[in-house]
Design a protein. Sequence first.
Length: 270
Amino acid sequence: MTFAQKYGPWAVVAGASDGLGAAFAERIAENGVNVVLLARRQSVLDDVAAGIRDRTGVETRTLAIDLTDPAATGAVADATDDLEIGFLVYCAGADPAFEPFLAQPIEAAEAMVQRNCVAPMRLCHHFAPAMAARGRGGIVIFGSGAGLAGGPNMVAYAATKAFDMVFAEALWAELHDTGVDVLGLILGKTDTPALRTLEHRRGQIASTEQTPPGAVPVADVVSEAFDNLANGPTWIVGEDLRAATQMMGSISRSDAVRFIVEASRDAMGP
């Protein structure tokens, strides 16, 4: 069975305006599957969609939407009602602030829970039944090493990513025998526009054109993901994060938190 036969004819990619989401959508299209691109900025989405169409020849559809809006998932369902969706990729969910929990309004944390937990849960509940009925399809939910244990400046973010990881694992347990692949993709430090912007703002890199030290290239993340779509429920990206995860599994939860605190301080500075 080809990729398109397994995961087509349409895919939905949330967070597709740049970075990992755009690269993932491009790889899907290269495999002959049409893509629906979701993100907040319509003009950027249109540019990404046009480039994908020009390079791959697939059909595209865009929907500018804020996934922190409780009504967003209903709008996605309405916008794709006429399509057969065989692949769902939820890549939205970065934390652009990296600030202490108490330094931000509670609404920021609530919006993150809506975007990182409620929205992917609702989208899976909407699209997965048809995939299971057809006996084929795929779901990829992007997680983070931040969800492995709590750490400073990412209280709500880390908690939502822990949810994403366990949700993907449990969904895999329920859908695996139906022919639907579910993969929770756990990322470490990744060379995305959001990370470059954050590290430049914090004075850790000289410009947003510079690669943050130790960041995994987007192309490597996408390659590992596509190589392991059927190897769920969880795939940890990058040798460094795999080693760190293995080490954390051998120590107590309290020591794991201390490890995250130190790693966060080393990676992000004071």
